[in-house]
Ligand binder design. Structure first.
Ligand code: ACO
Length: 431
């Protein structure tokens, strides 16, 4: 295979080096393109653009493969935990026992937020969406960490990263309690990461929430499956912000905002809303699918939880979640008619030429919302759960950007298609 590509333009030939990834993907290195030809590349929404070289996550979207630091997601889902996987993603290897203990100790040390942060929560109306509160509060939390304004230091970063992973869970639980008019619940040292989150969400000042092992296992798995997913919209946002040398908390807060949209992390909430709408209209899903295929309506209905920019086969996370969804519902003795609608929708869509031709398969959000609903997570917290899970990925990507010795600020170009030179008209002669 050749290691250069030739581009002919205006009678000149430019040689473009081919970069090969460790799993054999190939990319044309166009960094000299503009210098040599005066042209830029055009790739709206970046479907063909590699924005970085990264060692964190590998996806083969055609084969449905997902690996964190080389380890298949199926193995991590079976044998690991969210906290261990977070360490793997950030530091590049599974932790030795002493490293795991230190990491857990740091998570415990930083689990409580500064008492003054409570005043910030007071300012939000009770109708505020928890994602809005979360992103604002991550930024607010940065004001309590003076080290964030200093130059990057890998030793300090270990503590700052642990603090973010630990506190995002406390902030998320407080955001939920605030938006439901409930008093905040402090974390407990005796609880591990996911247990503590459930405790802060569902205990009350006079009674501790009893944590069902199936609920704990399911939520930990959801966090783990969301822990990273290479250059998606929110992670690219985090990298973009990090490239300006903004601090970790500011970059993560931007990631939360990007994740909120219904085409990204907000899809898990949108899936449940779609299933409820189908149920309420007495449809078994077939009428809805016809509407989707006609691309009807003001907002051109989509089958939410289906399709993916990278996966052109079944999302491996969806496969794991679907299997776990059945298990959890059985263990909790829950029968959810929405699950029946979801399965019927999936079955019908996967036989339909519209979805087959476009290679649209269920993504992680198709079943994750159903599990979250079964374990009692409120609908408006679904995307927040995704944000907690994605934090290790954002941190690892932030670290890659900051530690890259040749790193420059991210700054795409554009092709201007507006009016040509157009002089200012004084207001008295404008018509
Ligand atoms: N339902 C119906 N049609 C779809 C869907 C869907 N869910 N997804 C894509 N299509 C259609 C498009 O309309 C387009 O049709 P066309 O060829 O007739 O124009 C074709 O499939 C190709 O789709 P694109 O828009 O090019 O796909 P893109 O890669 O830009 O978008 C995305 C990917 C945003 C995930 C899209 O599939 C979608 O909107 N899905 C629903 C929302 C969702 O589930 N998001 C979660 C993604 S996973 C995550 O973020 C964790």
């Amino acid at each position: 295979m050749s290691d250069t590509a030739k581009l002919e333009l205006d009678g000149r030939t430019l040689e473009l080096p081919v970069i090969v990834g460790t799993e054999g993907e190939r990319a044309l290195d166009i960094r000299e393109l503009r210098n040599q030809t005066g042209c830029i590349s055009y790739d709206e929404s970046y479907g063909n653009t590699g924005s970085c070289q990264s060692a964190i996550t590998f996806i083969d979207g055609d084969k449905g493969i997902l690996r964190f630091r080389g380890i298949p997601i199926e193995e991590l889902a079976e044998y690991s935990s969210f906290v261990e996987t977070a360490y793997l993603i950030i530091y590049g290897h599974l932790p030795a026992q002493v490293q795991r203990q230190r990491f857990s100790a740091l998570l415990t040390e930083y689990q409580t937020i500064h008492e003054d942060m409570k005043f910030h929560f007071e300012g939000f109306p009770s109708s505020a969406h928890p994602m809005a509160i979360l992103s604002a509060m991550i930024n607010a939390a940065s004001c309590f960490i003076p080290e964030l304004t200093r130059n990057y230091d890998p030793v300090a970063f270990e503590r700052i990263a642990a603090r973010l992973i630990s506190q995002v869970r406390t902030l998320a639980a407080y955001a939920y309690r605030k938006s439901h008019g409930l008093p905040s619940i402090y974390p407990k040292r005796k609880y591990a990461y996911t247990q503590n989150f459930l405790h802060m969400m569902f205990s009350s000042p006079d009674e501790d929430y009893e944590i069902h092992p199936a609920v704990l296992k399911a939520l930990d798995l959801i966090f783990l499956l969301h822990a990273d997913h290479e250059q998606n919209c929110s992670t690219s946002t985090v990298r973009m912000v990090a490239s300006s040398r903004a601090n970790l908390f500011a970059s993560a807060a931007a990631g939360v905002c990007a994740l909120w949209g219904p085409l990204h992390g907000g899809a898990n909430q949108a899936v449940i809303e779609m299933l409820k709408e189908i149920q309420e209209t007495g449809d078994d899903g077939s009428r809805f699918l016809e509407k989707v295929k006609r691309k009807d309506g003001e907002h051109r209905a989509k089958l939410m939880g289906f399709g993916h920019r990278v996966y052109k086969s079944y999302d491996p996370r969806a496969r794991i979640i679907k299997a776990r969804c059945d298990e959890v519902l059985e263990q909790l003795g829950v029968h959810d008619p929405l699950v029946d609608i979801a399965k019927k929708l999936e079955e019908t869509a996967l036989r339909d030429p519209y979805f087959l031709e476009r290679k649209l398969y269920p993504n992680v959000d198709f079943y994750s919302g159903l599990i979250m609903q079964a374990i009692g997570i409120p609908l408006d917290m679904f995307t927040v759960i995704f944000a907690i899970g994605r934090m290790p990925g954002w941190i690892a990507n932030y670290k890659e950007v900051i530690e890259d010795p040749g790193g420059r600020i991210y700054r795409p170009r554009q092709i201007y298609q507006g009016r040509a030179l157009n002089h200012y008209t004084p207001s008295d002669i404008r018509c």
